[in-house]
Ligand binder design. Structure first.
Ligand SMILES: Cc1cc2nc3c(=O)[nH]c(=O)nc-3n(C[C@H](O)[C@H](O)[C@H](O)COP(=O)(O)O)c2cc1C
Length: 179
C-alpha cells in the first residue's frame, strides 16, 4: 500500500511539510509512505500545455501520484482559500486517467483553517473516488520548532497520524475488495 503525502506549502519551516515528513517516518505495517516532491516546480496550469508529453515537472508529479494507492493532502489556507501551489498541483491532475480511482485524505494542520480543507474536499470529491473522512483529521497547533522527528515522538500526534494512515489503507483495501 503506497501512500503519497503532499504538502501545499513551499515555506522552509512549513508545518504542513513537517507533518508530511512525519508521516513518512511512521512505521505502519503494510503501508509505505513516500513524500511528494516537485510541487513547486510545476508551471502554472494551462490547458495549452496539457499535451502529451506534458512539461517534465508535470510528468514527474503525475508519475508520483499514479504510483500511489492513496494521497494525503496537507495545505495551508491563504485568504480563506487553498494555497495556490496545492490547487495548481490538483489542476494538473484533473485530466489524468487513473486519478479518479485514487483515494485521498486531508490532514489539516491548523484548526482555525476551515475554508482550505472544505475547498480541497470539494475538488477531491470531483476528481477522485472520494475523500476518506475516517482518515481526514485536524491536528492541534504545532509549535514552529516541532520537527518531523519530534512529531513522531509525540504519542498523541503519532497516534493520530498512524490512525489516519491505517484508515486510508483500510478504505483502499475495501475499494479493492468491492471491485
Ligand atoms: C498571506 C497569508 C494569508 C493567510 N490566510 C489565512 C487564512 O485565511 N486562514 C487561516 O486560517 N490562516 C491563514 N494564514 C496562516 C497560514 O495558513 C498558516 O500560517 C499555515 O500554518 C501556514 O502553513 P505552513 O506552516 O505549512 O507554511 C495565512 C498566512 C499568510 C502568510
Amino acid at each position: 500500500m503506497r501512500i503519497l503525502p503532499i504538502s501545499g506549502s513551499l515555506r522552509a519551516a512549513s508545518s504542513n511539510s513537517r507533518v508530511v515528513a512525519a508521516l513518512a517516518l511512521l512505521d505502519v505495517p503494510g503501508v509505505s509512505v513516500s513524500v511528494a516532491h516537485g510541487l513547486g516546480d510545476l508551471p502554472h496550469f494551462n490547458p495549452d500545455l496539457d499535451v502529451d508529453p506534458a512539461p517534465p515537472p508535470v510528468e514527474a508529479f503525475r508519475a508520483q501520484v499514479l504510483a500511489a494507492d492513496g494521497l494525503i493532502l496537507c495545505s495551508p489556507e491563504y485568504a480563506h482559500g487553498v494555497a495556490g501551489v496545492m490547487k495548481n498541483g490538483l489542476d494538473w491532475l484533473v485530466s489524468v486517467i487513473g486519478v479518479y480511482e485514487k483515494r485521498p485524505a486531508i490532514i489539516n494542520t491548523a484548526a482555525r483553517a476551515l475554508h482550505a480543507p472544505a475547498h480541497m474536499r470539494d475538488n477531491l470529491n470531483v476528481m477522485t473516488a472520494g475523500v476518506v473522512e475516517e482518515a481526514s483529521i485536524t491536528l492541534p497547533h504545532l509549535p514552529d520548532d516541532l520537527s518531523a522527528e519530534a512529531i513522531v515522538a509525540d504519542p498523541a500526534l503519532a497516534a493520530s497520524l498512524t490512525q489516519a494512515l491505517e484508515a486510508l489503507a483500510d478504505a483502499i483495501r475495501a475499494d479493492r475488495d468491492a471491485a
